[in-house]
Design a protein around this ligand. Structure first.
Ligand code: 5GP
Ligand code: ZN
Length: 115
């Protein structure tokens, strides 16, 4: 069920435009609007869930099982030297959008702007 006030549910539904990186029946991935490095991508479950505390093992399995595929697609597209996989939960841990998401942050070595 899409949450009415959730911007990521609106992105999944196509009501807010996004730059799609990957999609299947369970998962959607798109470029973060604020690129901390080139190719910074968010991976989200299509089923709305607030964060890791409220996520079923099944949805977590679906979401995280796609991460290797998407990380390799980003590597093919951008040729980074590495990639950070990051997930923030609750405001104290820097969560600002309350639909579970995994950040994939490609790394390009010294001076890539991400610390
Ligand atoms: P958080 O801080 O919750 O871990 O990450 C939320 C991320 O969502 C931020 O990096 C922010 O730039 C991104 N974001 C917020 N609104 C939008 C949007 O409308 N479109 C896209 N593509 N990214 C968004
Ligand atoms: Zn949502």
């Amino acid at each position: 069920m899409a949450h009415e006030d959730c911007i990521f549910c609106k992105i999944i539904d196509g009501n807010i435009p996004s730059a799609k990186v990957y999609e299947d029946e369970k998962v959607y991935a798109f470029l973060d609007i604020s690129q901390v490095t080139k190719g910074h991508t968010l991976v989200i479950p299509k089923e709305h869930t607030k964060n890791i505390y409220e996520t079923s093992p099944e949805v977590a399995k679906e979401l995280f099982s796609r991460v290797p595929v998407i990380a390799n697609a980003i590597r093919d597209a951008y040729q980074p030297l590495g990639i950070n996989v990051l997930n923030n939960n609750e405001p104290a841990a820097e969560q600002s959008v309350f639909h579970l998401h995994v950040h994939l942050i490609p790394r390009y070595g010294d001076g890539d702007g991400y610390t």
